[in-house]
Structures are given as structure tokens and as C-alpha cells.
Design a protein around this ligand. Structure first.
Ligand code: NAD
Length: 272
């Protein structure tokens, strides 16, 4: 039986990358899309959909869906969860949207009480491997001797900074060092910044052109420097990971899942 999929953020770049990939999988059935405006007939078909609904008009479509994949915007997801949160019962939810506010994160936790939910700042296999490697490095390279600075670059249309992936990498470093990220996070520097406190984790964002996504975690010591870098070359990579997650999560019990579980990388991220 085919897996019935609904894409939120249907006409966006990630939504469209998903449409192209789903067309290559006979076991996946693209039921429809959700976006800012309703589209039907030729208008929907131009984006590869039978129909595109809004958060307010998607109730019928949602009932027939096995898994919703969301790559929209923080506000778009928030609207969808506010309008339809209870109706996710019995279906799975994959969220790739970044820059989510605490209210949306709270609603996702509520949905995870009755449905399987997976939220990932980055769906690439390489980045998820990087999260584990960075955590392992942070356990060895102690805060007193190695300063951590995370540099990311993205296309100029990205609206949130630092990227969700940069924050996830910072989280891995903080976890490896056994401290909460919020207590050591420092977003860029300007003006009279004073001396750099040891243990601080710095974040720096470059924006320009069509850069798909690049992240470097620098561990800067007195006598040596380690740089761990990932460069995404094609956003189909994220669509591929999201579809892998969608196929994996259908039928799982309610709860909050991670990409690390999908990829079997838990042994690395847990540090055991
Ligand atoms: P995009 O701007 O090309 O597309 C966003 C889509 O969402 C558009 O179709 C837009 O109409 C729709 N949308 C925006 N606001 C909405 C609202 N209020 N209601 C309904 N629909 C709304 O963006 P993109 O490059 O496709 O990225 C989408 C999201 O996915 C971003 O948050 C981005 O950071 C994130 N992203 C995550 C990953 C990952 O691996 N987790 C990878 C790439 C992008």
C-alpha cells in the first residue's frame, strides 16, 4: 500500500524538491499540498499537486494522510498547528522548518503525545553524522583549552540566523561538555566586546547568493585548531532525508523522534 503524503510549504523550494523526488517513488502517493493560498486544477498541477489547500481548508485532505511533511516558515507551521493540531491524531508529522518559536515547539510536544513527530534542523546524513562527531570532539577538547566558534553560510533569502543546524551543532558541543547551550551562547561580536570568556560558543552567519548551506565548527586551541566542516551542494539532499524519515516514521508509536534514530547514529550522539 502506498504512503499518503501531504506537503506543507508546497510551492516553496523544499516543497518543490520533495515533489520531484516523490515522483520517483511508486510507493509514495502525494495527496496534496498546504500553502498560503488555495490552488486547484492547472494552478495546482503547475506545482505538481492535485490540490493545494490552506491551513484553514485542509481538514479533509488531512484525514486521508499518513504523514505530513512541513518545510514552510515558522509562522506557516504555527498557523497549521493552531488550526489543525488535534487533527494530527493518527498521522505522522515531519518538520524541517527552522526558526520555530517556543509556542510552536510546545504544540509539537502536545502532538507528540498522540502522534509520532520528528523535528530536524537538518535532514542531511552528513550533517547528522557531523552532530555526533562534534559532540565526540567536544568531550575531548575541553572548554579551558579550546574555544568553539561556529560559522555558517546560507543563501540570501534565508530569514533566520543563526541557522537551526548551527544551533544544533552548538547544542552537541554543549552536551559534550555537559553544560546548557543558553549559558554559553554568543551570537556574533561587534564593538567593544571585552575578552572572550572561556567556554563561550560563538555563532557567525554569512548570507549571500544561492549558498545551499555550509557549517564549520572551529575548535581553536593555543597550539592547534580543528575545523569540522560540512557543505551541502544540492537541497534535494534535505528532501531525500525528509522522505527517508517519512517512510521510517509511519506506524511508529506516538513520541518525539530524531534524525539520528532514523539513521541509526544514536551510538555516536549519545557518546556511549
Ligand atoms: P521557501 O521560502 O522557498 O518556501 C516556503 C514555503 O512556505 C512557500 O511555499 C511559502 O508560500 C510557504 N509559507 C510561508 N509562510 C507561510 C504561511 N504563513 N502559511 C502557509 N504557507 C507559508 O523556503 P525553503 O527554502 O523551501 O525553506 C522552508 C523552510 O525549511 C525554512 O524554514 C528553511 O530554513 C527550512 N529548511 C530546513 C531544512 C532541513 O534540513 N531541516 C533544509 C532546507 C530548508
Amino acid at each position: 500500500m502506498s504512503t499518503k503524503i501531504l506537503i506543507s510549504g508546497a510551492t516553496g523550494r523544499m516543497g518543490q524538491a520533495l515533489v520531484r523526488l516523490i515522483a520517483e517513488h511508486r510507493e509514495l502517493d502525494l495527496l496534496g499540498g498546504i500553502d498560503r493560498e488555495r490552488k486547484a486544477g492547472a494552478d495546482a498541477e503547475a506545482f505538481g499537486f492535485r490540490t493545494i489547500e490552506t491551513a484553514e481548508s485542509c481538514a479533509e485532505l488531512l484525514k486521508q494522510t499518513a504523514v505530513v511533511i512541513d518545510f514552510s516558515a515558522a509562522e506557516g507551521l504555527q498557523n497549521l498547528l493552531a488550526a489543525r493540531g488535534a487533527e494530527f491524531r493518527g498521522r505522522a508529522l515531519i518538520v524541517g522548518t527552522t526558526g520555530l518559536l517556543p509556542e510552536a515547539l510546545g504544540r509539537l510536544d502536545e502532538i507528540a503525545q498522540h502522534s509520532p513527530v520528528l523535528l530536524a534542523a537538518n535532514f542531511s546524513i552528513g550533517v547528522n553524522l557531523l552532530l555526533g562527531l562534534v559532540g565526540a570532539a567536544a568531550r575531548v577538547l575541553k572548554a579551558e583549552s579550546f574555544d568553539v566558534e561556529i560559522v555558517e553560510a546560507h543563501h540570501k533569502r534565508k530569514v533566520d540566523a543563526p541557522s537551526g543546524t548551527a544551533l544544533a551543532l552548538g547544542q552537541s558541543v554543549a552536551q559534550g561538555r555537559g553544560i546548557p547551550l543558553d549559558s554559553v551562547r554568543r551570537d556574533s561580536r561587534s564593538g567593544n566586546t571585552g575578552l572572550r570568556p572561556s567556554g563561550e560558543i560563538g555563532f557567525h552567519a554569512l548570507r549571500g547568493g544561492d549558498v545551499v548551506g555550509e557549517h564549520t565548527v572551529n575548535f581553536i586551541g593555543g597550539r592547534e585548531r580543528i575545523e569540522i566542516t560540512h557543505k551541502a551542494q544540492d537541497r534535494a539532499l534535505f528532501a531525500e532525508g525528509a522522505l527517508m524519515a517519512a517512510q521510517w516514521i509511519v506506524g511508529k508509536p506516538p513520541g518525539m523522534y530524531t534524525m539520528s534514530q532514523v539513521l541509526g547514529l544514536d551510538y555516536l550522539t549519545s557518546g556511549k
